[in-house]
Design a binder for this molecule. Structure first.
Ligand code: GDP
Ligand code: MG
Ligand code: K
Length: 278
């Protein structure tokens, strides 16, 4: 059975280094259809049935840059078997913003905490297992530059893809992290309910958040009836009134707040910036 692993992460998180390490000389380089964004694909060394798909480096899955749109269209429409999300261990807080979006898509996500050689050198501590439990992902610590645990990361992704496939057949649904506050969750629950006949159960959260944000690029393909879109918008407007902010900012701000909370609980920097400047 063939498996497709998509590599996703921020710019400079070490994606190319990992991709080269995993695929060796079996790379194919082209462009994504219709755009001059580089597309790189390769075969996992030693596994002829496993394809590694490199995605453009991105900070978010918002609709503003070509790279973001290419990445999310690929993940949502082509549906790789698993996402291997490379997280720069020296820059956790910024990197996890993308992670909170990736887990909503409804594909299994494995978190590879990269640059662990630097993290250790700096004397910082990251409870990667706890972060994984919080975000609902399997985790591994790697150093792509030193080929440390890279093969294991790919193998973990393969196992996750197989587990997810089995669970889907059994009709199991995975729990998502609790990112948003009550009034947002309330609106999202209503939206999910109103589109449950249109999208696959595991993709409900992704489309509900996109509809909440009025991200039409992501939701036009659903071809929802006009009346339903108006109905959804009433829930969004209620929430905007209650939180006193616009929908897109609400989602963005609550992601940041959530990440700050889980990072405060799991990442201990040896030297805080304050300690260094005083
Ligand atoms: P990309 O933008 O995500 O493709 O990142 P690159 O693979 O180009 O890596 C960015 C920089 O980080 C390069 O200078 C790499 O050599 C370096 N790098 C990647 N992985 C590691 C790692 O595990 N440890 C260290 N110390 N440097 C790394
Ligand atoms: Mg690169
Ligand atoms: K092209």
């Amino acid at each position: 059975m063939s498996i497709k692993i998509a590599l996703a992460g921020n710019p400079n998180c070490g994606k190319t280094t990992l991709f080269n390490d995993l695929t060796g000389s079996t790379q194919y380089v082209g462009n994504w259809p219709g755009v001059t964004v580089e597309k790189k694909e390769g075969r996992l060394s030693g596994h002829k049935d496993v394809i590694i798909q490199d995605l453009p480096g991105i900070y978010s899955l918002s609709p503003y840059t070509l790279e973001e749109v290419v990445s999310r269209n690929y993940l949502v429409n082509e549906k790789p078997d698993v996402i291997l999300n490379i997280v720069d261990g020296t820059n956790i807080e910024r990197n996890l913003y993308l992670t909170t979006q990736l887990v909503e898509i409804g594909l299994p996500v494995v978190l590879a905490f990269n640059m662990m050689d630097l993290v250790r050198k700096n004397g910082d501590r990251i409870d990667t297992e706890k972060l994984g439990r919080e975000l609902g992902c399997k985790t591994i610590e790697i150093s792509a530059l030193h080929s440390e645990n890279t093969k294991k990361a790919a193998e973990l992704a393969i196992r996750e893809a197989e587990t997810f496939r089995r669970e889907k057949l059994e009709g199991k649904r995975r729990e998502l992290p609790h990112v948003f506050t009550g009034s947002v969750e309330h609106a999202l629950a209503h939206i999910e309910e109103s589109i449950q006949d249109t999208v696959e159960p595991e993709n409900l959260r992704w489309f509900a958040v996109k509809l909440f944000e009025r991200d039409t690029k992501a939701t036009d393909g659903l071809q929802l009836p006009e009346g339903l879109i108006k109905h959804i918008d009433l829930h969004v407007k209620d929430c905007e009134k209650e939180v006193d902010d616009d929908a897109e900012s609400i989602i963005t701000n609550q992601r940041y707040t959530y990440i700050q909370e889980i990072v405060a609980d799991t990442v201990k920097k040896k030297q805080s910036r304050h300690a260094m400047t005083t």
